[in-house]
Design a protein around this ligand. Structure first.
Ligand code: NAP
Length: 255
């Protein structure tokens, strides 16, 4: 029995992605802090397909001890796909940043993603059919005003994930590594980034995708041979592309 792991599955893109993978008959391991929302998702998945196995893991992934524990707990399962989707943003000028929130963002968006990607790569890079998908952002390819630190975390996600994809590709690794780069998507994201609870996408955002649409794009990326799935910020079309960043041979190390 093989599983798809989705972090940040309690709301938004992760929630809809879990439903989309359930629709493809994939057993799921769903991770977030909100137990109730994950259990609601589990129920919904069971309605789609009662034969699927769904494992709920409640974990705060901004705490590194929990990150290692999560992976250790999942060692007993055979994993097929790992989606590092959990992440959040912060809207505001750098001079006004609340550093407690920023530390959590760096821990989750960068550290947890790197640790989980590394552990999954160690175990599965030579396993045919496995995939690692890291959720970045269009803000991980162009720096977004008033969201500079968040944007920088997503540059890290894009660079690390593209680099890992190239590193493995060059060495004949069997695992596929991919980046999803959404633009504005109707989720809890804006509420969390702005520190409010009533953000209305219809009223405040000229263009956006729904979380369900983004999950469909994620599925297209999963099913393709391309490394990047990115929303074109001009047209809002979803595009599958080759890596964007320059990848070059190290000057100091032999291969
Ligand atoms: P969302 O609705 O806020 O979902 C974020 C998910 O991450 C939730 O399931 C949340 O669950 C989980 N999460 C947050 N902090 C966590 C923690 N400390 N430990 C474990 N899980 C945690 O937002 P979303 O838009 O779907 O975000 C998904 C990804 O898309 C993020 O990486 C985000 O940066 C990226 N993205 C979003 C947009 C957008 O406009 N929506 C655009 C570009 C990129 P709990 O609160 O239950 O823990």
């Amino acid at each position: 029995m093989k599983y798809t792991v989705i972090t940040g599955a309690s709301t938004g893109i992760g929630y809809e992605a879990a439903l989309a993978f359930a629709g493809k008959n994939k057993n799921l391991i769903i991770v977030a802090r909100s137990k109730e929302k994950l259990e609601q998702l589990e129920k919904e998945i069971k309605q789609i397909n009662p034969d699927l196995d769904v494992i709920v893991k409640v974990s705060d992934l901004s705490v590194m001890e929990n990150v290692y524990k999560l992976y250790e707990d999942l060692k007993k399962y055979e994993l097929e796909t790992w989606i590092n989707n959990a992440g959040f943003g912060n809207t505001g000028l750098v001079k006004d940043q609340e550093l407690g929130k920023i530390e959590m963002m760096l821990n989750l968006n960068i550290e947890a993603l790197t640790i989980l990607s590394t552990l999954f790569t160690k175990d599965y890079s030579d396993t045919e059919g496995t995939q690692l998908i890291n959720v970045s952002s269009v803000g991980g390819y162009s720096v977004v005003d008033n969201n500079v630190t968040y944007s920088a975390t997503k540059f890290y996600v894009s660079a690390f994930t593209e680099g890992l994809a190239q590193e493995l590709g060059k060495r004949g690794g069997k695992m596929k590594v991919k980046v999803l780069a959404p633009a504005a998507t109707e989720t809890e994201f804006a509420n969390v980034a702005l520190g409010v609870n009533n953000f209305d996408y219809e009223e405040s955002t000229p263009r956006f995708h729904t979380a369900k649409e983004m999950a469909e794009f994620l599925m297209k990326l999963y099913e393709s041979d391309k490394i990047i799935g990115i929303v074109d910020i001009q047209t809002y079309e979803f595009k599958l592309t080759d890596p964007v960043f320059n990848f070059r041979q190290s000057q100091t190390m032999k291969d």
